[in-house]
Ligand binder design. Structure first.
Ligand code: 7PM
Length: 279
């Protein structure tokens, strides 16, 4: 299955890696605006060389515990980066945002997929996404970014997350977004305890079974830190284990900071999964 991301193809017939490009003041701007843009472009090119199928550009508006970012601030962070990548690199770009104005500007600047951790629940987001006519990734999150990690509650977490996402797919279809443009994401770490994240991973095949491509974001996440007591820099091995478990159950896209390693891990999974097709 190939998704058309504003003219650039995203081949989901094999599991693929979505490379994370954070454009936050702390990540790139030490040397000023041009140095920041240059560093982002260099990192994007490295991710492509390492085998990323799509680059996810985010201005950190919606992360758990994060303070809200204004529209102007988010636009000034992400738009120049998207324009630069679009003019120099020929793979799809996704915009990690929940704000309709940022979605609109990002797609005009060359992005081809909307990645929304709020699953298009912000006022006007679903209408703008329908008008922009690009694929969307709908992610589950419980609560607001500021409070979501304070005592999250579920009946059956796998059932609840699946039901939520299916309702958002129905809302998309009602708004004119075709079902075949939708990717589902259980939202690891977004209003979930470690146990909830483990349940979602163990039973990811249930979400895959809904028939839409599934994206998984576990790279360096705090569920690894809390179970293994390791710092952010020490979470690669566990991230690869979780990526492999996700692909084994049929996940189509793995969102990762470590593109080279993640491509190797999931390519091996894919070889094992398809070995009988060739004997
Ligand atoms: C702080 C906390 C900084 C959390 C960054 C994060 C996902 C996503 C993010 C995901 C999709 C991170 C997260 N996570 N989009 N955006 N799925 N679709 O670890 O899991 O990158 S932000």
């Amino acid at each position: 299955m190939i998704l058309d991301c504003a003219g650039k193809p995203l081949d989901l017939s094999h599991p693929q890696v979505m490379g994370i490009l954070n454009v936050t003041p702390d990540s790139f701007s030490d040397g000023g605006q041009y140095a920041a843009l240059d560093a982002a472009l260099i990192q994007a090119k490295k991710m492509v060389a390492d085998g990323a199928a799509i680059i996810d550009v985010g201005g950190e508006s919606t992360r758990p515990g994060a303070a809200a970012v204004t529209i102007e601030e988010e636009l000034s962070r992400v738009i120049p980066v998207i324009e630069a990548i679009h003019s120099e690199i020929n793979i799809p770009i996704s915009i990690d945002t929940s704000k309709p104005d940022v979605m609109h500007a990002a797609i005009n600047a060359g992005a081809g997929l909307i990645n929304d951790v709020q699953a298009l629940r912000a006022d006007g987001a679903i209408q703008i996404a329908a008008e922009l006519d690009v694929p969307v990734c709908l992610m589950h999150a419980q609560g607001t970014p500021q409070t979501m990690q304070n005592d999250p509650q579920y009946g059956d977490v796998v059932f609840d997350v699946t039901e939520f996402l299916l309702k958002r797919v129905a809302a998309c279809e009602q708004a004119g977004i075709a079902r075949d443009k939708v990717i589902l994401d259980p939202g690891f770490g977004f209003g979930k305890r470690a146990w909830h994240n483990l349940q979602l991973m163990k039973h990811l095949d249930k979400l895959v079974g809904q028939g839409l491509p599934v994206l998984v974001g576990v790279s360096r996440k705090s569920m690894i830190g809390s179970l293994l007591k390791v710092s952010m820099e020490e979470r690669l091995t566990a991230s690869l284990a979780l990526a492999s478990l996700a692909v084994w159950q049929g996940a189509s896209l793995i969102r990762s900071h470590d593109v080279c390693e993640t491509v190797q891990a999931i390519t091996m999974c894919d070889h094992v999964m398809r070995v009988d097709d060739f004997d």
